[in-house]
Design a protein around this ligand. Structure first.
Ligand SMILES: [Zn+2]
Ligand SMILES: [Zn+2]
Length: 185
């Protein structure tokens, strides 16, 4: 059984006390049933930051949930403190303090994916419709699912920037290793 979202929020609070002295920025933790090839994702653009986890993935590997959440929390902490979104020195130092030994360890075939150039998510809060974009749209957009005829201010698409999506690598560990070599830092 996966923890409920309320329990995830408690887990976040516990990890925040344990590893961040309560200084990790406030995050909303949610499941996203629509993730098929990613384990987790952190986005910012609004407060609280949003960390989403894939129930599909963690039903299969429940033991990876806590460390994936912790990994995303290190991102949230680095972002809050330094506006740093990478896996560089600050990230690794904090990660080690949290007892995580590698940005990849135990995640199975999960890798960070910064290779996508589409870094922005436009999302409808009413129906959870999402679309990825390379750039922030110049003018406000509304949800094409909630109203497909015309711009409708009742259904705005909120813009989020993706800090990281952790993809599930179906190609296996060799590819993950190669990826690691080319993407360190
Ligand atoms: Zn990461
Ligand atoms: Zn919608």
């Amino acid at each position: 059984m996966l923890p409920s979202e309320a329990e995830l929020q408690l887990l976040f609070a516990r990890l925040n006390n344990e590893y961040f002295n309560g200084n990790a920025p406030n995050c909303r933790i949610a499941y996203n049933e629509r993730f098929s090839n990613s384990a987790g994702r952190i986005t910012y653009g609004r407060k609280p930051l949003l960390i989403e986890l894939s129930p599909k993935h963690f039903r299969r590997s429940p033991s990876a949930l806590e460390e994936t959440l912790l990994h995303e929390m290190v991102h949230a902490w680095c972002y809050e403190k330094y506006k740093d979104t990478g896996h560089g020195t600050r990230f690794r130092r904090k990660m080690r303090e949290c007892g995580l030994s590698s940005i990849y360890h135990d995640l199975g075939h999960v890798r960070p994916s910064n290779e996508s150039s589409r870094r922005y998510i436009l999302r409808c809060e009413a129906c959870a419709f999402e679309v990825l974009r390379r750039r922030v749209p110049r003018k406000p957009a509304s949800c094409p699912r909630c109203n497909h005829r015309r711009f409708d201010p009742r259904f705005p698409l909120a813009v989020y920037e993706i800090v990281e999506t952790r993809l599930l690598d179906s190609a296996g560990p060799d590819v993950a290793a190669a990826y690691k070599g080319s993407r360190s830092g």
